[in-house]
Ligand binder design. Structure first.
Ligand code: BGC
Length: 364
């Protein structure tokens, strides 16, 4: 049924339990070895994606609680000053490990460097802080995420038989390194088509801070500029995709113009069932949270695990030990897999008019 759905797809990808313990390192400079383990987590906001509050917070808390480790999980609500204040309070409050999802690399780096100077070990969660000093980076293969989006858009346009489609890009925040990686992924699929004249690119805009409201305005402008002739929207996540769909709806174009996404938001899964969204990318956040928690708990106990993989931080010119998980593409026919995986519930998705669409899509 779900065979292979979440299979780790590339060499070097790791799942929980495969991290190798190296035990206590000599030297004794590890944070936390003589303190009570306590892990601080700073989430970025609750608006750019529902995942942070509905999935990451929940799965991280469950992992820490299951290990009997104290934790303090806070959300900076998109405010960089608040981000730094929370970090300061956590450090003063005695966290032994700090895990962050940065709002940009500049403030992220300041927080990581300060933590380090106070003997607090750090982890970059989901977003790599360029030029930063985190001991680990735990995320998904974000270029693969973008590749799935590019391939998804091509699949939906091909199935709809659109000739020489005009494509608009709604990229993620320019301050998020992930947005750069997603774009690298979808460009690898779409640029050759633009270059060959098979597709045309009519817009390529980034959405500051992944702000959904701004995304709607930007998409409205893209549509106007293209005189209403946009055949496909490469949107970098579900929030941005939903903003584009709201504009398409106003113009009676929803369902005719495929839109991509990411995060398997309940809203996006409903958009997919309704035919307004082409696809989303499911990232099993529980695996990400479990892997990060496992590393954090080890660090808090003064241990260091090897991850078997590194990513290059081009700014810091450093190889950061990393765990990168495999994403999965979701279309109408496998929305049910996201439910079966426990990421969302049938009750969340199959409400009202969606009940019939759920039955049609094999969601029982
Ligand atoms: C995350 C996405 C999320 C976006 C907006 C990215 O860094 O990887 O899952 O949708 O930020 O919060």
């Amino acid at each position: 049924m779900r065979k292979g759905f979440l299979a780790v797809g590339a060499a070097g990808l790791l799942t929980l339990g495969s991290l190798t313990a190296c035990g206590n390192e000599s030297g004794g400079d590890q944070a936390g070895s003589d303190k009570t383990p306590k892990i601080g987590v700073i989430l970025p906001d609750s608006k750019s994606s529902v995942r942070w509050e509905s999935a990451d917070r929940k799965f991280l808390k469950e992992a820490f609680d299951a290990a009997g480790v104290l934790s303090d999980i806070q959300n900076a609500q998109g405010d960089k000053n608040a981000f730094q204040t929370i970090a300061d309070q956590m450090i003063t409050g005695g966290v032994t490990v700090l895990m962050i999802v940065n709002l940009d690399s500049g403030t992220g780096k300041a927080v990581l460097d300060k933590a380090k100077s106070q003997g607090v070990a750090t982890i970059d969660y989901d977003r790599l802080t360029l030029g930063g000093s985190a001991e680990y980076y735990v995320s998904f293969d974000n270029v693969a995420v973008g590749k799935l989006q590019g391939e998804g858009l091509v699949k939906c346009l091909t199935e709809a038989g659109v000739q020489k489609p005009a494509i608009a890009y709604l990229n993620g925040s320019p301050t998020d390194n992930n947005a750069t990686l997603f774009k690298e992924g979808y460009d690898s699929v779409l640029k050759p088509k633009f270059d060959a004249g098979e597709y045309t690119q009519v817009a390529d805009d980034s959405v500051p801070d992944w702000d959904n409201a701004q995304a709607a305005t930007i998409f409205e402008q893209q549509l106007t500029k293209a005189s209403g002739k946009i055949d496909g929207v490469l949107s970098a996540n579900d929030g941005l995709g939903n903003a584009a769909i709201s504009v398409l709806k106003k113009n009676n174009l929803n369902g005719k113009v495929p839109v991509t996404g990411q995060d398997a938001d309940p809203q996006a899964l409903q958009n997919i069932l309704a035919g307004d969204q082409c696809m989303t990318v499911y990232k099993a956040v529980k695996k990400e949270a479990d892997a990060a928690a496992e590393l954090a708990i080890a660090l808090a106990k003064g241990e260091r695990k090897t991850t078997g993989q590194t990513v290059k931080d081009p700014e810091g010119n450093r190889d950061v030990p990393a765990v990168l998980l495999a994403p999965a593409a979701i279309y109408k026919d496998n929305v049910k897999d996201v439910i079966a995986d426990g990421y969302v519930t049938k009750e969340q998705i199959c409400t009202g008019d969606y009940a019939k669409l759920c039955t049609d899509a094999g969601i029982s």
